[in-house]
Structures are given as structure tokens and as C-alpha cells.
Design a protein around this ligand. Sequence first.
Ligand code: SAM
Length: 271
Amino acid sequence: MIQKLNAFKARKSLGQNFLFDKNITRKIVDIFAPAQNENVVEIGPGFGALTEELLPSGCNYTGIEIDQRLIVDLRKKFDKCDNFNMLHHDFRKFSLATVSKKSGSIRLIGNIPYHITSSIIFAAFEQHRLIKDMMLMMQKEVAQRVVAVHGNKDFGILSVISKTYAQPAIVLTVPASVFIPKPNIDSAIVHWDFSEKQIRQPGDPDFFRIFVRTIFNQRRKMLRNTLKKLGDVEAFSANSSADLQRRPEALSVLEIIDLCNDFIPYTAPLK
Ligand code: SAM
């Protein structure tokens, strides 16, 4: 395996840092604990380091890999397994309904490219109704942003979107030495449990994403100033008890959802 990895021309543009340490891949899959007949989707299986630990569980496995060179290799290695299914796709454009249309039926796992971590997470959250849970490896600093609580400097778009639809937790930290090629950063694995969402949900999920992005893009500004970009703040302020002097990082996730829902009628001129 190590020889094969060293000989492979890894593409930086595809974030290709492969796991080769069996102790780590076993540990990751032990934490994930796949079970027979569960729908497991792996994002970017690469050379199959996690795949070969997942398949013996008898889960209903689907790999989504963007690099055709790796797909040829993966099929050669795993096509004999009845529970193995490999698709050539960009996960960010992939519809999980292809795997299962049943709500809360899909488990996502992946050691994903560092430079597109956020867009992969957002693509998954757009399909949150289908997902049971998700476990992804990422740069340690990004993992800290995902789990950050309000009032913390790391609290932002990733934390809010994550905690609206699920409950995230860091389950493992991973040193750079277990990858080929070795990255310059340490990694961490985040697990999201989608059965634990906020008690109230965004009325308009598309607008909610825009709303969160807008208020956190200028996180040092008071809400009164950033909300001007989205609608009629003065009319909203006259009819609401919300304190618009606050900065976005001071609000809890539920307060952000409520504020966004209450603000929707005042965006009408912009829509
Ligand atoms: N899972 C393997 C491992 O742990 O050794 C490979 C991990 S490597 C960090 C990321 C993998 O994701 C690569 O195989 C890469 O080709 C694939 N990939 C990159 N962008 C992707 C995308 N948009 N959709 C699906 N797979 C992608």
C-alpha cells in the first residue's frame, strides 16, 4: 500500500492526502460503527483505506469519488463485495436521494479534501433530511469552528449551520504523520448527530444561509448595520423587540434562527 501511494501522482487540487495507517483507519471506523444494511456513503474513498474497514460490517456501501484514476483501482479491489457500489461524482453536486429517499436513512463518512471542507459540509446540510449522521476528517482549526459556541471567536457560519440541523462533536484528533503525502496541518474528526436539531427551524432554508453568511461576513458590525443589506431594518426594528445593537457572535443558534424567521417579511422588497 505504501509503495502504491508513493508511486501515485497525488493531485493537490483534489486534496489528495491518503491514510495508510491501519490503526487509525480501524479506530475511525470503530467510532463510526457501521451496521448491516445501513446506507453508508463515503465521500472520496481514494485508495479505499476506510472502505476496506467499512465493507465487512455488511453496510450498504456507496463511494462517491471524483478521480477516475482511483475508481478503476477501487472497482478492481472491491467489486467482488455484494454491498459495494462506486459512483464517479463530485459530492458537492451529488443527490443523496440516488442512494435512499427515506428520511434520516443515510450515514456519511469521509476523509475529505481540506480546501473544500466547507462546501462539502454545506452540500451535505442542504440534504439534511436524508442524513442520520455524518463523520468527516478536516483541518483541526476548521473542526474547532464547527463545534464553537456563541460568544467564542470561532463561532460563525459553520457552527450555526451545523448546530441548526444537528449536534456536532470532535471525536478524534489525527496527526499529520498518518497521511501520504504528509500535510502541513493536524486534523480532527467531527461527528454530527442529525437526530438532535434545534427546536425551531428556519422557515426559508435558502434565505437562512444568506442571512447567516451576511451577518457573519462582517462579524464586528452590529446587526442593525449588516441587516440593512437584506431588508427594511427600520420597519423591522419598529415592530420587534430584538436588540439590533448586538453583534452576531453574541447570539445563540436558536436566537439567530428566530431573528431570521422574524426578519423574512421585511425582506419582501429585495425578493
Ligand atoms: N479516503 C481516502 C483516504 O482516507 O485515504 C482519501 C482521502 S483524500 C484526503 C480525499 C479524496 O477525496 C481523494 O480521493 C479525492 O480524489 C477525493 N475528492 C476530492 N474532491 C472530491 C469531490 N468534490 N467529490 C468526491 N470526491 C472528491
